[in-house]
Design a protein around this ligand. Sequence first.
Ligand code: NAP
Length: 283
Amino acid sequence: MNPLILDGKTLSKDIERQLALRTQALLQHAPGRTPILATILVGSDPASATYVKMKGNACRRIGMDSRSIELPEHTTTAELTAIINELNTDPNVHGILLQHPVPHHIDERQCFDAIALEKDVDGVTCLGFGRMAMGSDAYGSATPAGIMALLKHYEIPLRGKHAVVLGRSPILGKPMSAMLLNEDCTVTICHSRTSNLQEHIRMADILVAAVGKPAFVQKEWIREDSIIVDAGYHPGGIGDVHPDAYGISSAYTPVPGGVGPMTISTLMSQTVSAAEKALGIIQ
Ligand code: NAP
């Protein structure tokens, strides 16, 4: 049987249509209070600039606004945290996105943690991570939260399944593992020091590849009929899983058009929620 394609592109368009309606309703409730996502880009990495631009475009598609803050490469940790603190207290800003990665001399963790919890719509703070992991109210890290939304939409059973997460980064592998655990998966987390990596991958009912290396996971490593979530994105539309592997899965996320669009629509969704909360429309 042909594998099911977990089509993040189509689902994201549906989510955006819903978000446009919620934004219109919000504006009727509070005229002039357009939800605003502040995006911060430090330095001139072209890929990061493209991601920030895509997020700004997504805001406009649903009737939100974005405030783009572009800072020079030599920005210090203190300067960046001062800007984040200003945005934290600005009532017109509902969400803050600090584009990862920042230049190496900046303490990224300190800057992420400077973001106020209620504006942490990209789910990058330690506080937000801890609350999410404990099952309390917080915005999830956008990419893993988008993956969970995609799995839920396609009614992929999670309870009791063995999920193998390849990667343990703070924005992807770690929160992904916590989210899958919260849905009663049995979770194995693999990383660069894991022994017998291929044996772990072969055990997966659901594999989430977030390793950051093009076409890294080979077809031979994967059990037939497993579910492949490929979070990777590399030039030329290559993911972290070799495309030959998709054919033996029972379901997979295509690259492009799988996880990427879900990341953006999740960020938008969490920003609209933050605006609705700030304006007292929802709790
Ligand atoms: P990252 O910070 O570079 O983390 C990569 C992880 O993979 C690390 O935990 C690392 O282990 C592990 N790893 C590296 N080499 C390995 C190896 N040979 N064997 C086993 N594990 C290995 O990357 P990231 O930010 O999490 O991103 C992962 C992927 O997702 C990238 O392809 C990125 O482009 C993609 N991504 C996509 C989106 C989207 O919206 N679609 C968003 C974010 C990221 P250690 O911890 O031991 O170093």
